[in-house]
Design a protein around this ligand. Sequence first.
Ligand code: PLP
Length: 365
Amino acid sequence: MPLIERTLLGPGPSNPYPEAVQGLSAPILGHLDPEFIKVLDRTGDRLRALWGTSNPLTLPLSGTGSLGMEAAFANTVRPGDTAVIAVNGLFGQRMCEVARRYGATVVRADHAWGEPVDVQRVLDAHPSPAVVAAVHAETSTGVLSDIGALGAALRARSDDTLLIADCVTSLGGTEVAVDDWKVDAAYSGTQKCLGVPPGLAPFTFSERAWERRVEDPPVWYIDLGLLGAYVRGGSGGGRAYHHTAPVGMIAALDRTLERIQEEGMQDVAARHRAAGELLQNGLQEMGLELFAAEGHRLPQLTSVKVPEGVDSVKVRERLLTEYGIEIGAGVGEFASSVWRIGLMGHNARLDRAELVLAALRAALK
Ligand code: PLP
């Protein structure tokens, strides 16, 4: 069977950076091999730089972004704790479901889809929650929220609340500053702006959260106490086996983080902004209307309304079969009225923006 190649301009996965592919094709090492431990440690250092944190517990979890979400709640929420969750799209909704399963009393701070998180609404939802959670870059709608403003407001009110941030679509595309923003647990996914295939969830956990962590979370696989003994070394300094680390994926992430570091995160973010701006201006010049609120649009994920009378599925099919380009449908009630176009990681480029604009123009004729 021939290998099929696609230009992945949907909500993820994106086409990987060449460095990720190189990392995947490197010889596989044992997960306790001293040479691999060096790669793991280096990956931790590079992730700390990208997250903007000094958190010792910073690691790639072995699973997709949703596992990061599970780990964040499993290690911070005890049965009966109040968790305030900002919901402005699908992934805020998913957080409510995950928190509920770990026994939280969930208080939703609901927003219209397409709008950013409103800090005051989150504060007003409950005076003293154990946990507040919000999505930095809502992939279902293409909206960026101000996590720094949320963290500052929460900390000004009290020291009792831990803040969880979903950075699945932001890390590697938009600058993230976990320590400055007073975020206690944050997770991402490799398949979006990090430009690595799906399979790892970069994760970071503050010392504050560590001191208050759930000692015996109900899911063994994401017990940060046990995982910490592997990434940081056990009490004797040695690496305790927990599970077999996905060494090939971690090598791919390591190589890609090196590449991002070499380009510089500021420049990487500027590249995402330039590509997103070109795409969003081009769509509007074609007469299309953007979905996300102006001033809060993600450059890496553009949501655009399907024009009246156009069959959204047919257009996506034509893009895929005639041009080899994948774009995404909308989510939930917007499944057939919105398209989502991602310019993430290796695809955050002007040529990709021009390509999808030209293909859309042809498909809409
Ligand atoms: N959070 C956000 C904002 C996402 O965009 C996604 C995936 O699209 C997830 C969480 C879940 O990640 P995954 O599908 O990698 O499990």
